[in-house]
Design a protein around this ligand. Structure first.
Ligand code: PMP
Length: 395
């Protein structure tokens, strides 16, 4: 057999997908995948909406479509972005098959092998897979309870400049981060865009959880995009607020960048699914949707509280964790617990989590695990944490 290309040697299965089969076993509590709860996926409504769409528009919605996406979908994204504080025009919106495709396309467009991408430490596992597949080196900037420290980012960029390394962009999930649940403070957002703009380093803002603030009355932090639209490519997703399976996401970028993304997207996708885009428009643009979102975040907030309550009960003396204010995750640090086979030990106790080490590109060990509370009922979540506590108890 012909040998694989050099870049294929960097392909790694996602550690989250690798535990998928174990996680499907009903006797196992899965706190691993960032899945929206099944009860929130609008199965019945989608059947009706699809029937209406096909009756109104006929088989045209099943035909090949435009690489620029549908007009109605771009208009929907313009509205969603407005609710996140970003003023956007339709020619700045690139519809995609999930935001994961945006990570791939932006890396493909901007990175040569050997370039460096700066990313939070820890960061989203799925982004590491993409960066590796383009032979990009990832340098982490460790985060604290308020996210990235802009001074640390400046220092890292200046060091890399002195080393003569090219850094096309900083990758960040600033709101309800995957994997920690941490959000970047507004003050730091302002400083961060200044640090990057001053050094001509673009920011790739990945924002699939931005609409999932538990306190719906509170003012959301501004998107990085709203603070520096010429320096930020923003990725959004319908996966966590509508359906991950229909694969709907988008990028927002300055017009000429968006146009280049479309060409790159067409080479892989031809175009994003028209049916999926139109269903997203019908659901996320419906008058009932704001109420659905209220109920959605109330459910996730209840689950987050169940998890943090169980952590206090079972691991209170040995662990620290982030108190999530939105999104799907909390990050549980257990200093001194020795988490090297934490996944295997967890599976033996009947619980799966994502080991913290998977969220770093540099092979460092980690004293933390990521716990996803989104897809389990409060009772299952409590049981999962009880099992996790048994798994990490010293023998
Ligand atoms: N970015 C982050 C931070 C994520 O958590 C995820 C999903 N786990 C994605 C991107 C990919 O999402 P999508 O389903 O939109 O491709």
């Amino acid at each position: 057999m012909t040998a694989f290309a050099k870049r294929a040697e960097e392909f790694r299965p996602s550690p989250v997908r690798a535990v998928f089969e174990t996680a499907m076993d009903p006797s196992v509590v899965s706190l691993a995948g960032g899945n929206p709860d099944l009860s929130l996926l609008p199965g019945g409504s989608i059947g009706t909406l699809a029937a209406t769409l096909l009756a109104d528009r006929g088989p045209e919605v099943l035909q090949y479509g435009s690489g620029a996406g549908t007009e109605a979908f771009r208009a929907l994204v313009v509205n969603l972005m407005r609710s996140r504080g970003s003023q956007v025009t339709e020619d700045q919106v690139q519809p995609l098959a999930g935001s994961q495709a945006g990570l791939d396309l932006v890396t493909k467009l901007y990175c040569n092998p050997g370039d460096v991408v700066l990313a939070e430490g820890p960061t989203y596992v799925g982004a590491l897979g993409v960066f590796g597949s383009y032979e990009v080196e990832v340098r982490h900037v460790d985060i604290d309870g308020e996210g990235l420290n802009p001074d640390d980012v400046a220092a890292a960029l200046d060091t890399l400049a002195r080393e003569g390394r090219r850094v096309p962009f900083l990758y960040t999930v600033p709101t309800f981060q995957n994997p920690t649940g941490v959000s970047l403070s507004t003050e730091r957002r302002r400083a961060l865009v200044e640090v990057c703009a001053a050094r001509d380093v673009m920011i790739l803002e990945d924002d699939p959880y931005g609409l999932l603030a538990f306190d719906r009355g509170a003012d959301p932090a501004p998107t990085l995009h709203s603070l520096a639209p010429d320096h930020v490519i923003h990725l959004g997703s319908a996966s966590k607020i509508f359906s991950p399976g229909l694969r709907v996401g988008w990028a927002v970028a300055p017009g000429p960048v968006r146009a280049r993304m479309q060409i790159a997207a067409e080479a892989v996708l031809i175009h994003p699914s028209m049916l999926s885009q139109e269903l997203a428009v019908a659901w996320l643009g419906s008058p009932e949707w704001p109420d659905v979102l209220d109920r959605t975040v109330a459910l996730y907030a209840e689950r987050a509280a169940a998890v943090t309550g169980a952590l206090a009960e079972h691991l209170g003396d040995r662990a620290e964790w982030t108190d999530p204010t939105g999104g799907f995750f909390t990050w549980v640090r257990m200093p001194g617990a020795g988490l090297t086979d934490v996944l295997g030990r967890g599976i033996r106790e009947g619980v799966v989590i994502v080991p913290g080490a998977a969220c770093y590109a540099d092979g460092r060990s980690s004293d933390a695990v990521r716990v996803a509370f989104s897809g389990v009922t409060p009772d299952r979540a409590k049981e999962g944490i009880r099992r996790l506590a048994s798994a990490v108890r010293p023998a």
